[in-house]
Design a binder for this molecule. Sequence first.
Ligand code: PBG
Length: 334
Amino acid sequence: MSFPVTRMRRLRSSPALRGLVRETDLRACQLVAPIFVSEASAGGEPIEAMPGVRRLSVAGAVDEARELAALGVPAVLLFGIPAEKDPEGSGAYDSDGVVQLALRAIAQAVPELLLMTDVCLCEYTDHGHCGVLGERAGARAGVTVDNDATLELLARIAVSHAEAGADIVAPSDMMDGRVGAIRRALDEDGFSQTPILAYSAKFASAFYGPFREAAGSAPAFGDRRGYQMDPANGAEALREALLDVQEGADMVMVKPALAYGDLIAAVKSACSLPVAAYNVSGEYAMVKAAAAAGYLDERETVLEILTSLRRAGADIVITYHAKEAARWLSETAR
Ligand code: PBG
């Protein structure tokens, strides 16, 4: 039946009625806040392209964690920025590394908060790549990121995070076989209960620009296209997610989020596990810049974006707007 019998506007006539038929909810308990912890940082250093986000000391990270927990945000995702970088990224698995110190401190001060860690080498290597370098075999010689040598290090990083108190480890390097390697290492070391959130469909994206400024992790040569995905590929994203599930991932991720809603939906329907969407640094920066210029209403824009990621199929949304969004959500029912 169509017009004039069917009138779509009948169900939009009041806030109560709109609330009754709303299909998607957005709650603080679905959000994860990334935190940058810097070994060199005394106070909080601003990050130019990410207004409102700072590189924090361990003590600063504890305060931030406390504030987030008080606002009902259940989880943080920790990124470490070491004082020294080297070719192997050894700061990443140092038991007194900056993430490990932050984990112990936050676990003690804010025990109810879930501690997730980004497992990768790019913030720790002096060349800025997500793994160790090696020579490509055969006639086409040259430097490449050595997949299998990197797996060992990723497993060490994950175990050292779990030892320091990580509740969930999240590998973001895009090496083949990392989820399986990390699962085996965790199980062997007594962490069979530690879940893996796999950055499964992680694209080689221009939207990571502000993050790389924050972490000083831009590759010193070349780019990440030899391991991160081509933004043109969707079927391949499903293969990545399904492989990670086979290797033992407990949750999978699509990253970035805004330009990849089709894949959030496809991954959610292809695997029945929880799906996370990472609303990345460049997506945050765009909204902040437009809001600062007076071109967009920040609150309305952010809540619309986060709701749309939930509608696309994300169970979990990782966002630098987590604190503000949680505050806005607690202020008023929309
Ligand atoms: C580490 C990592 C990156 C991001 C998350 N984990 C950077 C990259 O891959 O270059 C980006 C997050 C963001 O842009 O907010 N590999």
